[in-house]
Design a protein around this ligand. Structure first.
Ligand SMILES: Cc1ncc(COP(=O)(O)O)c(C=O)c1O
Length: 403
């Protein structure tokens, strides 16, 4: 069976060019980057060259890049590290209602520790309101953490405007850019970003490696203690092969970004236009071509469960997702879809298809061939199918998003 991968927001395949760059650092060049001998020098030089390349890609200084194990760790260091490190100035943090759990659960942890956290609303496109942000910034606010691009609906936030506001108010601004690094142009200077999280495996690099950009002078309380690696912010022997791979992957992504974005956008449009021919369906999040990641498609279908569609697509060799990592485990509707105003009953029928380098128009043809019959089959057995009384949801249904 032909396998079609449409889950690039979950992870991407390692680029073969990246693997080639990494290989020597597993076998011949295996030194510890802290060692004084030539094995150490070799590893250290490769690591620092990688740091330079990553810094250059986001217009930062090399000493502002901290290597971590991925997006989750970068988010934890940014939010807890800054909150704890600036406790004397206040214990207020602002975030949004559509953050990844690496941020939202970290914020909940802070609340248990006596911090006050404001969760900003978003509009039906998934965008925060700058006026609400400004209103929420009050006495004792030390950090604003708002993601650059959303992992479920691909919505891109007005990061530059948020950065400007935070700068004016003298507050640290962190952005979780795990989904946007390598896909959107990032300039930490122009965008007023003080801290930024990224993860290698989202841009065709290896898993288990990421970085945190932390502007020079940012007060961060380390979460781990050990040797003095990464300026003491993230101690532990560095993953040199991973670091080399992540830098190589980012260089490729930056070079190919615009061309690849335009290609993916075209495929996304084809996919959306075709899928919306299915009745009682809609697109979650901004329209393709608007403030949305070029590779993200998130569809909604009435009277079906997204998980069932994913399983049936999987049977046909198509890898997709519902978009919400937790939904399969605890049956909670996606907090992102709820935040954009989708009624509870409509949150369960979401399907996220995220495109990538390997996808072609033919893949979209296959999806568009299989999807209508899968939805039809599921609706036939669904208790929520058309014709069943759903009046108890009437109030919710009024807010239905149709694009
Ligand atoms: C927006 C966002 N933040 C953080 C993470 C966590 O990254 P990692 O898997 O590298 O820990 C993800 C992963 O899906 C993500 O999409």
């Amino acid at each position: 069976m032909n396998r079609i991968y449409l889950d690039h927001a979950a992870t991407t395949p390692l680029d073969k060019r990246v693997l080639k760059e990494m290989q020597p650092y597993f076998s011949e060049k295996y030194g510890n980057a802290s060692s004084l001998h030539f094995f150490g020098t070799e590893a250290r030089e490769a690591m620092e060259k990688s740091r330079d390349a990553i810094a250059k890609a986001i217009n930062a200084r090399p000493e502002e890049i901290v290597f971590t194990s991925g997006g989750t760790e970068s988010d934890n260091i940014a939010v807890k590290g800054v909150a704890f490190g600036n406790k004397k100035r206040g214990k207020r943090v602002i975030t949004s209602k559509i953050e990844h759990h690496a941020i939202s659960h970290t914020c909940q942890f802070l609340e248990k520790d006596g911090f006050e956290v404001s969760y900003l609303n978003v509009d039906k496109e998934g965008s925060i309101d700058l006026a609400e942000l400004e209103k929420e910034i009050g006495e004792g606010t030390t950090l604003v953490s708002v993601m650059h691009a959303n992992n479920e609906i691909g919505a891109i936030q007005p990061v530059k405007e948020i950065g400007k506001l935070c700068r004016e108010k003298g507050i640290y601004f962190h952005t979780d850019a795990v989904q946007s690094v390598g896909k959107e142009r990032i300039d930490v200077e122009k965008m007023g970003i003080d801290l930024l999280s990224a993860s290698g495996h989202k841009f065709y690099g290896p898993k288990g490696i990421g970085f945190l950009y932390a502007r020079k002078g940012t007060k961060i309380h380390p979460l781990m203690h050990g040797g003095g690696h990464e300026k003491g912010i993230r101690p532990g022997t560095e993953n040199v092969a991973g670091i080399v791979g992540m830098a190589a992957a980012l260089k490729i992504a930056e070079k190919e970004r615009e061309k690849e974005n335009a290609r993916e956008r075209k495929l996304a449009k084809k996919l959306v236009n075709g899928a919306l021919k299915i009745e009682n369906s809609w697109l979650n999040g901004p329209a393709v071509g608007k403030a949305r990641l070029s590779n993200n498609v998130n569809l909604g279908f009435d009277f079906v469960e997204g998980e069932s569609i994913v399983l049936m697509l999987s049977d046909k060799g198509i890898a997709a997702s519902t978009g919400s990592a937790c939904s399969t485990r605890d049956l909670q509707p996606s907090h992102v879809l709820r935040a954009i105003g989708l009624p509870h009953v409509k949150c369960h029928g979401s399907l996220r298809l995220t495109l990538g380098r390997g996808n072609t128009g033919k893949d979209i043809d296959v999806v568009l061939k299989e999807l209508p019959s899968i939805v039809k089959k599921l609706r036939e057995i669904s208790p929520l199918r058309k014709g069943v009384d759903i009046s108890e949801f009437e109030e919710d249904v009024e807010h239905t998003h149709k694009h």
